[in-house]
Design a protein around this ligand. Structure first.
Ligand code: BDR
Ligand code: CA
Length: 312
């Protein structure tokens, strides 16, 4: 049986590979892609999501525009990581497929509330604004979802946007706070895990040498994406964050973690968006998150390569 998912995203090169992995995987049915402002503004994320669907030969995928900015904060973007377009590194043609007319938040609410209970998984790859708005519109949404799997936060690795905060949570901490307490099972994939899934020359070459168009396009995107970390941190490659969300759905045995309490800092200016993760169980706060910390890195790259090779 295929697992129905909604992908909420702000592409972004790593979002792009996550979308490709989902579209390449027969175990998943992508009901729709809802875009949000994050890595780049909404007008670009909605274009980028459609470029990626067309690259995969899946222009039948429904792409929706969501929120153009956080619930109550000024939008922060990350062109310094992803380039001006958000998808710098490979020139993909402007999309021909239309953007859906329905608002992304309405699509989430309508789809989840009309489906049988606990059958839809929400895969969140960007700031959680769309989900926050959907929860404001329909507070029963959380208990109707099968699961929320999100890339965001960090404990042991600290933050990548401030010393305390990871980008997706930093951009919209109020939305993240709503998600952590919405009643859905939440699986969180933090920097502690994604900083292990680093690109390398050999990995990028494996994508470049695929005899299809998706492989070389992915290689171009990865080349650009890794340059930020290589130049800034002298690391071996760049951390390919977002495809971990999809890979976890496909092969959960690659992942390990603990169910713990995670709270979001929304009050302090200094630590805005910090994920206060009680890994050591030093509080008696309610355990609300499946916090993943370990990944079989070779298994992750093998899965990505095997699946993307099947696209056109
Ligand atoms: C997250 O922020 C974005 O830059 C990436 O797409 C990823 O979702 C990593 O902090
Ligand atoms: Ca993202």
């Amino acid at each position: 049986m295929t697992r129905p998912i909604i992908i909420d995203t702000d592409p972004g090169q790593d979002d792009a590979l996550a979308i490709l992995l989902a579209l390449a995987s027969p175990e998943l049915a992508v009901l729709g892609i809802t875009c949000v402002a994050g890595n780049v503004p909404l007008d670009k994320t909605t274009i980028n999501a459609r470029k990626v669907c067309e690259l995969a030969g899946r222009s039948d995928t429904r792409v929706f525009a969501g929120a153009s900015g956080p619930l109550s904060r000024t939008l922060v973007t990350a062109e310094y990581v992803h380039g001006k377009s958000g998808l710098d590194g490979y020139e993909l043609p402007d999309p021909v497929m239309p953007l859906q007319e329905q608002a992304g938040v309405d699509f989430i609410v309508e789809t989840v509330m009309n489906a049988p209970a606990q059958t839809i998984t929400l895969c969140a790859l960007g700031p959680l604004t769309n989900l926050g708005l959907a929860l404001q519109a329909e507070p029963r949404l959380g208990e109707r979802l099968q699961e929320i799997v999100l890339m965001g936060g960090g404990l042991f690795e600290g933050g990548n946007t401030t010393p305390a905060a990871e980008f997706n949570i930093y951009v919209d901490p109020e939305a993240a706070d709503m998600v952590m307490h919405c009643g859905a099972p939440v699986t969180m994939i933090p920097l502690d895990l994604t900083h292990q899934t680093l690109t390398s020359d050999a990995i990028i070459e494996a994508f470049r040498s695929m005899p299809n168009q998706t492989g070389p396009a992915s290689a171009g995107l990865l080349d650009f994406f890794e340059r930020f970390d290589v130049e800034k941190y002298g690391s071996q490659g760049g951390p390919l964050h977002d495809p971990n969300v999809i890979a976890f759905l496909l092969q959960p045995e690659l992942y390990g973690g603990r169910v713990i309490n995670v709270e979001i800092e929304t009050a302090s200016a200094l630590t805005r968006g910090m994920t206060v993760a009680d890994w050591w169980g030093v509080t008696d706060r309610v355990k609300n998150v499946n916090y993943l910390r370990h990944v079989d890195v070779d298994g992750y790259w093998a899965l990505l390569q095997e699946r993307l090779a099947t696209l056109r």
